[in-house]
Design a protein around this ligand. Structure first.
Ligand SMILES: C[S@@+](CC[C@H](N)C(=O)[O-])C[C@H]1O[C@@H](n2cnc3c(N)ncnc32)[C@H](O)[C@@H]1O
Length: 357
């Protein structure tokens, strides 16, 4: 049977600001002490909330900043949301509150001396950061240097995909696999390490995740997240293309998961500015139909997994998922069974899962 691409591919990656909507107030549980590996790009500073509060400003100066930032948000929000579905004024105003929260010490009233507040950046830099948010459409997560994902606070920076809320479900899918806790897992295209850290935290003695990526920037950021969550004994980072760095564990994996680039190339220029102009093309562009990497993953899974092994792939949704499910159950049906389409929170068939025979 010939499997063709019969579809026009649906909307691209969900808007980056969607993840800001579920930013929670959780305090990161791990120690923030370890960040020995310098980041490879120009901005080697830790995320805002981890920087020491070495600056000060008066309460009235901070109040002036908020008023100025809100005036920019109110003026630009309607235009931004109308132009490409970017953040509206209400969301931008919430981001201002989060920015100030990350930039000031937690208990401002206790640590403020009189009218002074302790800041983690100079006040001038707060102005510069917010101007970049509005004028350059720089994603909020790159401005503060982190993203709240599941119960984690992950370091992110330019050059690494900001993990999306729907991808959280991949970790839940793994948790449903019998005996997953002691297994060998691979997170292919780990980016910030989000999925690998989510899985790594659930593993028991003997369990391990191989987290791979082609991008050295992604691996440096993933390393920071692995170290922050004290998972160096559970997660091994490897650089290379898809299955290439996993030759030594071929046929031994309990499971493999991946959220590969799946946007059709022609859709990338039309993405919301925060995504298309700032997030790495390497993390977005899935080739002409968006399926290049997914197809490669499907082809390699039979050799990578051991008998009974599990796979979960994230896709661009409905038609891509259906195509992958058909591929795994028809063309590769001798190798796989129990193929399922799993919807995301929005009801879009986002994931394909199955088992090696
Ligand atoms: C959509 S992002 C997913 C990142 C992360 N897993 C997440 O869910 O947030 C895709 C990742 O695949 C990586 N990637 C792209 N091409 C690759 C390849 N040939 N081999 C390995 N990783 C690749 C990108 O660098 C990026 O980190």
């Amino acid at each position: 049977m010939t499997l063709r691409f019969p579809f026009t591919v649906r909307s691209p990656l969900p808007p980056v600001f969607a993840s800001s909507l579920h930013r929670c107030l959780s305090i990161p549980s791990p120690s923030s002490s370890s960040s020995p590996t310098p980041l490879p790009s120009s901005d080697r500073r830790p995320p805002l909330f981890l920087r020491p509060p070495t600056f000060a400003a008066s309460r009235s100066d901070l109040h002036d900043f908020r008023r100025w930032a809100e005036s920019l948000a109110l003026a630009a929000g309607p235009r931004i949301s109308a132009s490409d579905g970017g953040p509206d004024a209400a969301l931008l105003r919430r981001e201002i509150a989060w920015l100030v929260e990350d930039a000031t010490v937690a208990a401002a009233s206790e640590s403020g001396v009189g009218e002074e507040l302790r800041l983690r950046v100079e006040l001038e830099e707060l102005y510069r950061l917010w101007r970049a948010r509005i004028e350059e459409r720089r994603p909020f997560q790159y401005i503060v240097g982190c993203e709240h994902w599941r119960d984690l606070v992950l370091v992110v920076k330019e050059g690494v995909l900001i993990p999306r809320p729907e991808t959280e479900m991949v970790v839940d899918l793994v948790a449903e696999v019998e005996g997953f806790e002691k297994g060998l897992w691979a997170d292919l295209g780990t980016g910030s390490g989000a999925i690998a850290v989510g899985i790594g935290r659930m593993l028991q003695e003997g369990g391990r995740v191989f987290a791979t990526d082609l991008s050295p920037v992604a691996l440096e950021v993933a390393r920071l997240n692995v170290e922050r969550y004290e998972l160096k004994d559970k997660i091994e980072l490897r650089r290379g293309s898809w299955f290439e760095p996993l030759r030594d564990v071929e046929g031994k994996l309990t499971g493999l998961v991946s959220n590969p680039p799946y946007i059709p190339s022609s859709h990338v220029p039309g993405l919301q500015a925060e995504v298309g102009q700032h997030e790495p093309k390497l993390a977005l562009d899935g080739g002409e139909e968006g399926m290049d990497h997914l197809l490669h993953l499907c082809e390699g899974s039979a050799s990578a997994l051991k008998s009974g092994g599990f796979f979960a792939f994230e896709t661009n949704g409905d038609e891509q998922s259906e195509f992958i499910a058909d591929l795994m159950s028809i063309k590769f049906g001798n190798f796989f069974h129990n193929i399922k389409l799993i919807p995301d929170f929005a009801g879009i068939q986002r994931f394909v899962t199955g088992f090696r025979r």
